[in-house]
Design a protein around this ligand. Sequence first.
Ligand SMILES: Nc1nc2c(ncn2[C@@H]2O[C@H](COP(=O)(O)OP(=O)(O)O)[C@@H](O)[C@H]2O)c(=O)[nH]1
Ligand SMILES: [Mg+2]
Length: 195
Amino acid sequence: MNVTKAEFITSVASSDKFYKTDKPIIAVAGKSNVGKSSLINMLANRKKLAKTSVTPGRTRLINYFDFGDFVLADLPGYGYAKVSKEEKKKWANLLETFLAKEKITLLISLVDIRHKPTEDDKMMINYLYHYQIPFVLVATKADKLGKTKIKPALKDITTELRVGIDDITASSSETGLGKDKILSLIETAINPIEE
Ligand SMILES: Nc1nc2c(ncn2[C@@H]2O[C@H](COP(=O)(O)OP(=O)(O)O)[C@@H](O)[C@H]2O)c(=O)[nH]1
Ligand SMILES: [Mg+2]
């Protein structure tokens, strides 16, 4: 699939303002700083469509982007330690309400390829099963690992999260690794083969 259009639509901070659309929704989730905004920019062929940050935890909102054939929702990053309990609760609530209420065609769940998945990552996968949301895992920042270390790292992550090895893709917003694969997964999700 070629992305011909990618435009920011809106940011929302509360569940009564979720963006309504007839287009399929592709959501991107993962802990703060895992590379959500960078991945979105990579898919869009744009450097600054989604703001990336050196300081983690700044994306407290759901940011929506129009990709032409689908709407992409950048979900609030979870697992950021340096905010108040109150604020954490608010984000968790927004995220869970989104998962529970919105019709999500595919959720792209991001984990850092260099790290063991966190309890928050596990909880996210549990939510996805619970709400029966189709998902794929993407292991980000693969450029930070030597080539021979990528496969074993993917194996470790899938084992830890109890998903199949075919359900994970390595990516790098630095080199473009994984971009075509992710776009083709999105395409398959939005154009299911009719029976
Ligand atoms: N080397 C490398 N750095 C990355 C990659 N993806 C994101 N980063 C860096 O990780 C930091 C957080 O990225 P960002 O996209 O803002 O993460 P978000 O909080 O999940 O949206 C930034 O400094 C990015 O430049 C990647 O694939 N490779
Ligand atoms: Mg971000």
